[in-house]
Structures are given as C-alpha cells and as structure tokens.
Design a protein around this ligand. Structure first.
Ligand code: SF4
Length: 481
C-alpha cells in the first residue's frame, strides 16, 4: 500500500496536523452545504453565504500555504471529494487567481449535479478572471426584474413546488399538499426568492440554465413604480404541471428505462390534482403540461387535459410540451384540444432518424415528422399560436443543429429552441462528461464552436437559451457578429 508520504498529495504529506484536520472539518460541512443549496435550514441561510463563512474560518486559522495545499489536494482528488470541498477549494483558487484550477474543480461538480449554482458562478467568474466572484451577468442582473416568482409555479414529482424549472431555480417553495391553500405560494422560501429578485442579487437563479438570464431577456427594473409585495395576494397566472414522469418513450438524457405510473398511483395523483391543484389551475391563464414526462404518455395528464377541456374558459389556455409521438389528429380530437391550446413545444434532439432512435429510445422518426406536419398545418391555419421544436445539445447530435433549424421551417414550426445538456443525476459524472460537448474540456468542443458560427443561428426563429454565450463566442472567433 502506498504510504501517505509517498502519494504526492501536498495535504496528506503535510507534517502539520492541522492540514488533515482541515480536510476532515471541511468534509463534515458537506451535508449542511447540500441542505442550504435548497434553503433547507431556513430562508436566510443559503449555500453561498455558508461557503463565505467557511472561507472566513479558513482565513482565520490557516496560512496561504495551507490553502494552496488544499487546492492542490482538491485538484488531485477531485473525482472523489465531496461537493463542499470542491466549491471551497474552487473559491480559494479563484481568490488566488488560479483560474484553471477553479474551472476544473467547479466543472467536476457541475458534471455531477447541474443544480449547483455556486459551481456555475465560480466557472463564470474564472472565465472572466474575476477574483471577487462578481461577473458581467451579476452586474446586468442588478438592473433587471423577473416576474416569474410573482406569477408562476411548477409542481414536481417529489410533491414539491417551485416557481420555475428546478434546473433554473433549485429551491422549492413548499409542498403541494401544504395544509394552507397558499402554504407554498407565500411560504418563507417563496418570499426569500422574491426578495432576491427584487434586490437584484438573483441568488437562487441559475445564470446558465434560466433562459431569461442566459438569453438576456429579463426586462429592465422599472423606476418610479412601487415594487410588488413579497406576499403575493393573487395566485399564479401560469401553472406548470410536472408531477408525473410517465412517458411513452425513455430518452437516455432523462431516464434509464420506461416510466409508466400504475393505475393505483394514477388515481392517487388524480385525487391530489382535484384537491390541491384544481383550485389554483382554475384561476390561472396558462397551464403547461408537462416538464416531467409526456402529456399523452401519462394517464394522469390525459385525465387532466380531459378535465380542463371539458369546461371551456375564455381566458385559460393550455401549453403542451411533448415528444410529439402521440400528438396526432386523433388525440387532438379525442381530447378536445381545439380552441384550448395556445402553444406546442416538441422535444426532439435530432434531425436524422438514426440519431433520433438513439436519443428518443422507443421513438419513430417517420411518425414524428407526420405529426409535426399535422401540427404545422394547425399553426399555419392559426389554430395554435406557437409551434416550437426543442433540441438538447450533446455529443451525439451537435452536428445536426443547422439541419434542425431547416427541419423546423420545413414542417411549419415558428422556430427552434436549443439548450445545454444537464445532468439530472441519472448518469455518472464520467458518462455526462463524454456527452457534454458544451464543456470546453470536451474533445469535440472546438468542432461544436465551428458549427455554432453558422448564420442560421442568427434568426428570430432560433432561441438560444443556455447556448447564447457559446454562440456569441463562436461567432466572435470567426469575426462574425
Ligand atoms: S430569473 Fe429565471 S430562474 Fe430566476 S425567477 Fe426568473 S425565470 Fe426563474
């Protein structure tokens, strides 16, 4: 067995007892760090402030040499150490202006879990060589406002409720079955998130994954009008239903096998919907189904669609987010969707049948294209307001991005939406690293940049979301704007 003094690790080989003790102490903070990423110890206790406190303690009790040894240890053992050690060492190296160490450590954590907002911010700060963590995006956010926490909510399969997609904002505001009707809508965490938006720090929002931030789409902060109250009197105007993962296919970017909720569980969810969600949904103007599976591949969501379309509302509209394979003319008629649907977003991720059959395991490209043409006709006739095709960029499909823009035009869609691959925790970090071509560490990243410099991506019909920055970078590198 290799002795501690032989393994070349500057912390373990230290003669000073304080160094291994520092490592042990930091590792013990991991559970608290993970809890605070979701405000699990209360609304004022967030993960970033927690790491700041740890850095203060490190500063008080350890020399610069100790801290450099900590960074070297973390870099060397990055695939094995806990999250808190990665962010502490990443932040220490940021302050020491060791940009590549910061990026390496933080990328390891992002590869394991895309919910880590501090790791994302460390990478951005290192890219901009900002030792105090503040980036151009942070300065921009101070001038912006977001209305989502005052108007929107999303139900999750865990029974928790968020304001936005949990990849954009990982902090849940409460549980669906909270005892009081507004138990989650005006909870302490809900009010803290609203505070962070009103104060312009956007602490709980992902600079990478929120399309309104990444695409620079947030409106300017209004001056001269009173800010909305932290306690929202009106309920959500837009409700996203993402509490059933059932789907007719199993995409490797999302799950390892087919998920279909049994009848008994479906009945239970139907009851929860009636008791807790229907009163909220009734007053909302937009209902999106779904961010968790497929509206037509889930018995529960089909039940909800029938329930919603049975009672017409002049103001309420359904937004469908689907793989599109079961959304054909028959489903449109059977579920009485006409005049009830405003927009349809189709998750596809490929422009060629072979790639499609891999990334949409169980899906058939010909069926998809047939259904896209049906939807394209509805769109052309004005029966729906928007038809959008979605594409998660990854190693297997990035070469097809320009052809995907062409496919959307050909079937009569309004446009396409590109987004970065995220690790939802279902694949090992190593597997994710191989797929994540958007990471500068990926062997094919330069080829991706080459693809992204294509003029087809500069169009109102192309939403770049979390890909915006990479496209700008790609175009600058070839002298295009
Ligand atoms: S900025 Fe993005 S993540 Fe934050 S509240 Fe708004 S929509 Fe949600």
């Amino acid at each position: 067995m290799q002795s501690a003094h032989q393994d070349g690790d500057p912390l373990r080989t230290g003669q000073d007892d304080r160094q291994p003790a520092m490592l042990e102490w930091l590792a013990e903070q991991d559970k608290t760090y993970l809890r605070r990423r979701r405000l699990g110890d209360g609304p004022e206790k967030n993960a970033i402030d927690f790491v700041r406190e740890l850095l203060k303690e490190l500063d008080a009790g350890h020399s610069d040499a100790d801290k450099k040894a900590l960074v070297a240890h973390a870099v060397k053992n990055r695939t094995e150490i806990p999250a808190v050690l990665l962010v502490v060492a990443g932040w220490v190296s940021l302050r020491l202006k060791r940009w590549s160490d910061t990026k390496m450590l933080a990328r390891e954590l992002v590869g394991r879990d895309h919910h880590d907002l501090l790791a994302q911010r460390l990478i951005d700060a290192a890219e901009e060589k900002s030792a105090d963590l503040e980036t151009e995006t942070d300065r921009w956010l101070k001038t912006r406002m977001c209305n989502a926490p005052f108007r929107e909510m999303e139900s999750r399969t865990t029974g928790q409720v968020h304001f936005c997609c949990s990849a954009w904002q990982p902090v849940p505001i409460g549980r669906l079955d909270a005892p009081k009707p507004d138990g989650f809508w005006n909870s302490e965490r809900a009010r803290e998130i609203r505070r962070s938006v009103l104060d312009g720090d956007f602490t709980h929002c992902s600079r990478w994954h929120c399309p309104s931030i990444a695409g620079r789409r947030l409106p300017e902060r209004a001056t001269g009008t009173p800010a909305p109250a932290l306690r929202a009197e009106k309920g959500p105007q837009r409700v996203i239903l993402s509490h059933d993962r059932s789907c007719n296919i199993s995409c490797p970017s999302c799950r390892t096998g087919l998920i279909s909720l049994p009848h008994k569980e479906t009945t239970k969810l139907n009851d929860i919907f009636e008791e807790h969600l229907l009163p909220i949904v009734r007053n909302a103007r937009h209902i999106k189904v779904t961010g968790s599976g497929d509206p037509f591949g889930s018995r529960h969501f089909r039940h909800i669609l029938q329930r919603l379309t049975r009672t017409k509302s002049p103001t309420r509209r359904i937004q469908l987010h689907t793989n599109g394979l079961l959304l054909n003319e028959r489903a449109w008629t059977d579920l009485n969707l006409r005049d009830n649907v405003s927009s349809v977003w189709i998750s596809i991720d490929a422009a060629e049948p072979e790639t499609y059959s891999v990334l949409r395991r169980g899906g058939d490209f010909d069926t998809l294209v047939k259904n896209l043409r049906f939807l394209g006709d509805l769109n052309t006739r004005g029966e729906i307001d928007t038809l959008r095709l979605d594409f998660v960029v990854q190693q297997a499909n990035y070469l097809q991005m320009p052809a995907f823009v062409d496919l959307a035009r050909e079937v009569g869609a309004d446009g396409v939406y590109f987004l970065r691959l995220r690790n939802w925790g279902h694949v090992a970090a190593e597997v994710f690293r191989n797929q994540d071509v958007c990471s500068p560490d990926h062997a094919e990243h330069d080829r991706l940049l080459n693809v992204l410099s294509d003029d087809r991506f500069v169009s109102d019909a192309v939403e770049l979301g979390s890909m915006s920055r990479l496209v700008s970078q790609a175009r600058q590198s070839v002298g295009r704007r």
